[in-house]
Design a protein around this ligand. Structure first.
Ligand code: EPU
Length: 422
């Protein structure tokens, strides 16, 4: 298992490039199931989660190939095994997003129920509720979601909200299923995340009839068939936000290529309020910090609110602020695995339920720490860049799920990260 040795403190300066979005790529790859033939998806990051998705599509019957430019071609002419096996789904819960497309294409699907997750309890009840409303019969059998719609899916008006607001992959699943359903589907309380919009844009290019993209009310008019597509996914706003936090925590200056501010306004607002300069330029943005970090109150929310996927990274940043900050997690109330590890690096954090009081410290200090999940691990990398000494982060495979060779991106702009195999 790989380990990172990160020596700090360092100041990052230079240009860094953001890859295609992982969370847009995964449902878009699943959407190719809906359109028999060969689709090409461009700008797909080279990540372990993408490999798992390719493995899953291959198991369903598709032929998947990646070329050196990051383009993935998926030939979905044959989808003859509509089964999302436990051995694959347990590696990546986003595998659930094949459920809707399989049901729409094959009239049946069996997908392993996703299990536990380091960021807390993550049910899929809303996905199932939505698909049932479209006429699917669904039962849980032997750990699998067994879904059938022998006479096809039928459009309906569906409220898709849940206890924590909208659901990203739930919306993706229903949207994909509805493209081939008979009649009109209205998804009320749909997720508005840019990744859902990207999926809708890809589906539209395949021939789907979708209105209301980017809003909480999606209207889908079912069509008989979709055609294969060539589509380029959007840049990864969470990777961009992580690099923004990296510039800020190291009092550095980064030109973030493909860092689209429009997708990150809640984050930009926090950065500007805590004394970080963020400016748009032609192909991204420039983030600079020259002043001490000021305190903030962050509440995570569905888009366009502050993204839960940047909560951990910003907690690392606020741990160096002058005073007390408050971080409230409203999407995944238990997503705090990083709190104990950041505390090992001398951050002063007090957790009360799904709120963390962050009392700023003058310095973070290196320590051996353990990566627990993707974004928590990114927070540890950021903290280590600013901390005094050499931090050793174990279980780096968590970082590799969502950041393509992060050390090869950060080292050229001044980081000192060594990957070793422990
Ligand atoms: N929820 C339910 N029932 C459901 C579905 C969701 O109660 O059937 C709850 C969840 O437990 C959570 C909230 O609704 O409290 C929102 O969850 P959502 O369904 O939106 O999450 P997701 O679609 O499973 C995606 C991203 C996550 C990101 C969340 C929130 C992908 C592959 N994953 O997950 O990304 O945190 O949306 O924005 O798109 C990551 O990249 O590190 C990551 C975890």
């Amino acid at each position: 298992m790989d380990v990172f040795e990160i020596t700090g403190p360092t100041r990052l300066e230079g240009t860094i490039k953001v890859n295609g979005s992982k969370n847009a790529s995964l449902p878009i790859m699943a959407a190719t199931i809906l359109a028999p033939g060969q689709s090409t998806i461009k700008n797909v990051p080279q990540l372990s989660d993408i490999s798992v998705c390719s493995e899953l599509l291959t198991a369903l019957g598709c032929k998947v190939n990646r070329d050196n430019n990051g383009d993935i071609s998926i030939d979905s002419t044959v989808v003859d095994n509509p089964v999302g096996d436990y051995e694959i789904v347990r590696k990546m819960r986003a595998s659930i997003c094949v459920l809707g497309p399989l049901l729409a294409r094959c009239g049946k699907a069996m997908v392993s129920m996703p299990g536990g997750c380091a960021i807390g309890y993550r049910p899929v009840d809303i996905h199932l509720r939505g698909l049932r409303e479209l006429g699917a019969q669904i039962r849980i059998d032997n750990g699998y979601i067994v879904a059938e719609a022998p006479k096809g899916l039928v459009g309906k008006e569906i409220f898709l909200g849940g206890p924590f607001g909208s659901t990203v992959l739930g919306t993706a699943n229903l949207l994909m299923a509805a493209t081939l359903a008979k009649g009109i589907t209205v998804i009320e309380s749909a997720a508005c995340e840019p990744e859902v919009t990207d999926l809708a844009n890809c589906l539209r290019k395949m021939g789907a009839k979708i209105k209301g993209t980017g809003s909480p009310r999606l209207v889908i008019k079912g069509v008989r068939q979709l055609k294969p597509v060539e589509y380029s996914v959007i840049p990864d706003r969470i990777e961009a936000g992580t690099f923004m936090a990296a510039a800020a925590i190291t009092a550095g200056q980064l030109h973030i290529e493909n860092g689209r501010l429009d997708d990150l306004m809640a984050v930009v607002d926090v950065l500007r309020n805590i004394g970080v300069t963020v400016d748009k330029n032609n192909n991204g943005c420039v983030v600079v910090r020259t002043e001490p970090v000021r305190t903030a109150q962050i509440t995570t929310q569905p888009y366009p609110g502050f993204p839960t996927d940047l909560q951990a990274q910003f907690m690392a940043l606020l741990s160096l602020a002058q005073g007390n900050s408050v971080v409230i997690e409203k999407v995944f109330p238990d997503r705090f695995m990083h709190v104990a590890e950041l505390s090992r690096m001398a951050a002063d954090l007090r957790k009360e339920g799904s709120t963390v009081i962050v009392s700023g410290v003058e310095k973070l200090k290196a320590a051996p720490v353990m990566a627990s999940d993707l974004r928590a691990s990114a927070a540890l990398v950021l903290a280590a860049l600013a901390a005094e000494g050499t931090t050793v982060i174990s279980r780096v495979y968590h970082i590799d799920r969502g950041y393509e060779q992060i050390e090869q991106k950060l080292n050229p702009v001044g980081a000192k990260i060594v990957r070793t195999n422990a």
